[in-house]
Design a protein around this ligand. Structure first.
Ligand SMILES: [Zn+2]
Length: 580
């Protein structure tokens, strides 16, 4: 029995280079394919031949990528199946380490090819730019350091994931404790919050130590690659060609100036509604009117049917895409025992079809997630016809525009899930969430900018720097009596440990999504047309052009944020008035 919810999928195109019967989990069968590409490269005597070679390379890459995705999906759908886990780990441990040097060899061959400069522009510009960047940054001596870094990040995950507390006679993970912050009983919320904060603080030395080791490694990696600091190295490694640290600082300033007033307003209202003198850290997630949680659906089939109706209302093409995903069983959405937590969208790169994984249990959050992941899926469907694998995905800053826009556009039809009154509540919660998270994004990004450009700092300096940012972006929350927890709050943000500098992307993308939404308020059809045009470009154009195609500016300054915040606030006021 297959562990995948879907069977064999219709191939987008018959294979031309990869043999039909190849075992993609057997390196001895894969190595000859890389040999063939290596010998074929210098023999490409014309531009069309070199292009064909690139497509063969893409075909192999896509087949391997899909193999890895299939194993990952099988494992996350059946965490209790030892074979599924073994099969995934076999690919990660046996195939991927072999692939990396061979891929790198092909990249070098491509960059050195005499006809490379004759490839038509702008078609190959982004591809060449990215390959060149990768080749230039590669350092043999960094391979071992990166392995060491990966091991350290695993230790962070292990420590973080292993923490539990005893709460009312039961052992609970810290994630499980999260839901108690939504309890109307304030004393219970406080107890739950303090228990978690205390548990984390017990490990603070370990977290600090782990981070110091990571920091030292990262500084060495950057120095090996010839950079003065890890920040500048990472900007290059992440392919941030279209914005600089200066743009990120503009974003921080703009959030402080344009977003924080809205955050404070929302906090003040929450405080009043809860009847409190001051908001404590455990007062931020509970419904301020003590209403029971929203109930958008009972059964997952119902969630799918209602989501389908939202897409039917939005656009025929997107609706057909979502229907096709149902027909091909490319959705595994119900929470059940033996499934990994969370939700994700994964693209099966050879069949060029998206798959969505979720753990829906009937909460408003599930509705936001299905709309979000469907946005990613529409992105994958829109790029199907590009034969260059690298162009079938976009930079993360734009991928999240695809998904976050779909949350906002889909929310316009949220009545498919709710009564009129509950629809208002769902829209408000969503918008307040967007406004609320921008300050946290600025905090996390500014903190990392400081960390990697302040050599020789101590862990006490880090706490001071973090607290300054909390003062700046945290709004009006009363932390008195919990200063220690506040100083080390960043320990829970796994990106800082595991994916350094990866966070501002969410802010950049949210500004794009808000612009798509603003456009759709003026011209629904036009905004959707631009959205789809931009999605279809995949990764073939630089970020500013992807944003422009979607009808957005690629800017994160106050002038861009101001009208978006005005729109969000007007919309919230409208919803507030309607709910009376
Ligand atoms: Zn996403």
């Amino acid at each position: 029995m297959s562990l995948l919810p879907f069977g064999s999928l219709p191939a987008h195109k018959p294979r031309r280079f990869v043999p039909a019967a190849v075992d993609l989990g057997d390196w001895s069968q894969l190595a000859p394919l890389f040999d063939r590409l290596e010998t074929a490269s210098p023999r490409c005597a014309s531009v069309p031949e070199l292009e064909r070679w690139l497509v063969d390379w893409s075909e192999l890459g896509a087949a391997l990528d899909e193999e890895s995705s299939r194993r990952y999906i099988a494992m996350t759908c059946h965490t209790d199946d030892a074979d599924a886990e073994k099969s995934y780990l076999q690919f990660v441990e046996k195939i991927e380490p072999e692939l990396k040097p061979r891929q790198f060899k092909l990249e070098k061959l491509f960059m050195a090819h005499p006809l490379r400069t004759k490839l038509p522009s702008p078609r190959y510009d982004v591809f060449i730019r990215d390959v060149q960047n990768h080749v230039e940054l590669f350092r043999e001596e960094n391979v071992a350091l990166e392995t060491e870094e990966a091991k350290l990040t695993q230790q962070y995950q292990k420590l973080s994931g292993s923490l539990t507390v005893q709460f009312r006679g039961e052992e609970k993970t810290l994630v499980q404790m999260g839901k108690f912050l939504e309890e109307p009983d304030r004393a219970l919320r406080q107890e739950a919050w303090e228990l978690v904060a205390k548990r984390r603080l017990q490990e603070r030395e370990k977290f600090e130590e782990q981070f110091d080791q990571l920091l030292a490694l990262r500084e060495r990696i950057a120095a090996n690659a010839g950079f003065g600091n890890y920040r500048d190295y990472t900007f290059r490694r992440m392919g941030r060609f279209d914005y600089t640290p200066k743009h990120c600082f503009d974003f921080h300033d703009a959030v402080e100036r344009e977003v924080l007033p809205a955050v404070r307003e929302l906090q003040a209202r929450r405080r009043k509604q809860l009847g409190l003198d001051a908001l404590k850290p455990w007062d931020l997630s509970v419904d301020p009117l003590n209403q029971p949680a929203l109930k958008p659906f009972e059964k997952v089939e119902d969630m799918v049917a209602r989501s389908q109706r939202i897409f039917d209302n939005l656009d025929d093409e997107l609706a057909a895409g979502f229907r096709q995903m149902q027909d091909l069983k490319l959705l595994d959405l119900a929470n059940r025992k033996g499934k990994a937590p969370g939700g994700y969208q994964s693209t099966l790169n050879e069949s060029r079809m998206p798959f969505i994984f979720m753990n829906a249990v009937g909460q408003q959050r599930d509705v936001e997630t299905i709309l979000h992941e469907a946005g990613h899926a529409f992105h994958a469907l829109a790029t199907r016809d590009d034969d260059l694998l690298a162009y079938r995905s976009a930079p993360i800053e734009f991928c999240e525009v695809a998904s976050m826009s779909m949350e906002l556009l889909g929310n316009e039809f949220i009545e498919q899930f709710y009564s009129a009154a509950d629809s208002i509540r769902a829209r408000r919660t969503h918008l307040e969430g967007i406004i609320g998270v921008l300050g946290w994004i600025a905090t996390v990004d500014a903190f990392q900018q400081w960390i990697y450009t302040t050599p020789g700092h101590t862990s006490a300096d880090r706490a001071v720097a973090w607290n300054k940012l909390m003062d700046r972006f945290g709004g009006d929350v009363d932390w008195r009596g919990h200063e220690q927890a506040r100083s080390h709050l960043w320990h829970r943000q796994l990106h800082i440990f595991i994916h350094p500098f990866y966070y501002i992307e969410y802010g950049i993308a949210q500004l794009g999504a808000l612009q798509v939404w603003a456009n759709s308020k003026r011209d629904k059809a036009g905004a959707l047309r631009d959205y789809k045009t931009a999605l279809a470009l995949g990764g073939s154009r630089p970020l500013p052009e992807l944003f422009a195609a979607a009808g957005c500016k690629f800017q994160f300054d106050a002038a861009t944020i101001r009208p978006l915040m005005e729109l969000a606030r007007t919309e919230l006021e409208k919803l507030q008035a309607e709910s009376k």
